[in-house]
Design a protein around this ligand. Structure first.
Ligand code: PEP
Length: 247
């Protein structure tokens, strides 16, 4: 089956009012695939305003699993909805490693995101040590299973998975297209044990040092349905080339 591709840019904690405005001005929308950008929370209103007449979609880089209340420093899903956010990146390895987010917490965030009618982009991936001892698929599938157990396979159809090997994020060292394809297929096969139909439908993005020079080869793989791009998404020209290669 042909799945609609998604190219998402994770801007992480980068940018300024000036640079964000310039970056958005330089981006090309595309009718045949979903282009998504994820600025820092504080720039969401600004970018939302700039994208009013654009098909480019807006993502947050995180969200609280709670609706409202005494959670200092957190941002709720209803707040994100106020600014036309359609996607939420969840379980990014930086959040798991630096902010101690657990599989259980990520699963609750995915459930809350779906309940709010937004699309979660669920990041999973192994560390270099885990790859070297041969537990890559076990690690990725355990992260997926935590969510499957929380929400059930039917709702999982609305989840976008991003396979992001931790050792490839921000390192300039991308997984080869064969390495990525192998894990994407393994993730899809694991979901298929619960529902072959849903496994075929869900988008699995690759993330980890994606750039214009390696994106086409990655996108040519049968189970790679697009990319979650970090560093290269901060350069409009480079990001546009990645989008172009996904067409
Ligand atoms: C990311 O942070 O999701 C990512 C994939 O980063 P980079 O493309 O810079 O490796």
């Amino acid at each position: 089956m042909t799945r609609r591709k998604i190219v998402a840019g994770n801007w992480k904690m980068n940018g300024s009012v000036e640079s964000v405005v310039e970056l958005v001005k330089g981006l090309n929308a595309c009718d045949t695939l979903d282009v998504v950008v994820a600025p820092s929370f504080v720039y969401l209103p600004l970018v939302a305003q700039q994208l009013v007449d654009s098909s480019i979609k807006l993502a947050a880089q995180n969200a609280s699993e709670y609706n409202s209340g005494p959670y200092t420093g957190e941002v709720s899903l209803s707040m994100l909805q106020d600014f036309s956010v359609s996607h939420v990146i969840l379980g990014h390895s930086e959040r798991r490693a630096l902010f101690a987010e657990t599989d259980t917490q990520v699963a609750k965030k995915v459930a809350a995101t779906l309940a709010a009618g937004l699309t979660p982009i669920l990041c999973v991936g192994e560390t270099l040590e885990q790859r070297e001892v041969g537990t890559t698929l076990a690690v990725c599938n355990a992260q997926v299973d935590a969510v499957l157990n929380e929400i059930g396979v039917e709702l999982f159809e609305q989840v976008v998975v991003a396979y992001e090997p931790v050792w490839a994020i921000g390192t300039g060292k991308s997984a080869t297209s064969e390495q990525a394809q192998e894990v994407h297929k393994g993730i899809r096969d694991n979901i298929a044990t619960q529902s072959a139909e849903i496994a075929e439908k869900i988008a699995i993005l690759y993330g980890g040092s994606v750039k214009a020079s390696n994106s086409a080869e990655l996108f040519a793989q049968p189970d790679i349905d697009g990319a979650l791009v970090g560093g290269a998404s901060l350069d409009a020209k480079e990001f546009n080339s990645i989008i172009e290669s996904a067409k």
